[in-house]
Design a protein around this ligand. Sequence first.
Ligand SMILES: [Zn+2]
Length: 124
Amino acid sequence: MSPQNEPPTPAQVAHMYRDQPTFSCSNCAAVIALQDELISKAFSGRDGRGYLMHSAVNVKLGKREDRPLLTGVHTVADVFCVGCSDRVGWYYHKASDHSQKYKEGKYLLEREKLIKDNAWKIDE
Ligand SMILES: [Zn+2]
C-alpha cells in the first residue's frame, strides 16, 4: 500500500483486499477489517459479543469520550462505517487501568455488525 493523505474509498479497499478473508459491514457490505487483524473474539460489545482488532478500514471515528466498561474506565470513540454510517464498534484511545493498556490503539467491533467473507481461491 502506498502512503496517502486521503483514505481509500470502499471500492478501492474491496479491490486491495479481494484475495483475503475479511469482515464486512452487515448493513452495506463494505469491508471493515481483515480477518488476519483479529486479536481476540472473547470480548463484549455493547449489545453482544465483540472482536478486538488491530486495525479497521472504511471507518470513521466519532467523538472521544470516557466510558466505564466492564474492565474500568476507557477513553474511546465510537466507530462508524463510512459506507452506511452505521455504528460498528468503538476505538480504544486510552485505558486507565494498567492491565488494559494493550487495548490502546485497537478496535472493538460488534460481532452482529459484521459478516465474515472468505476469499476462496480455486485455482492456484
Ligand atoms: Zn456499512
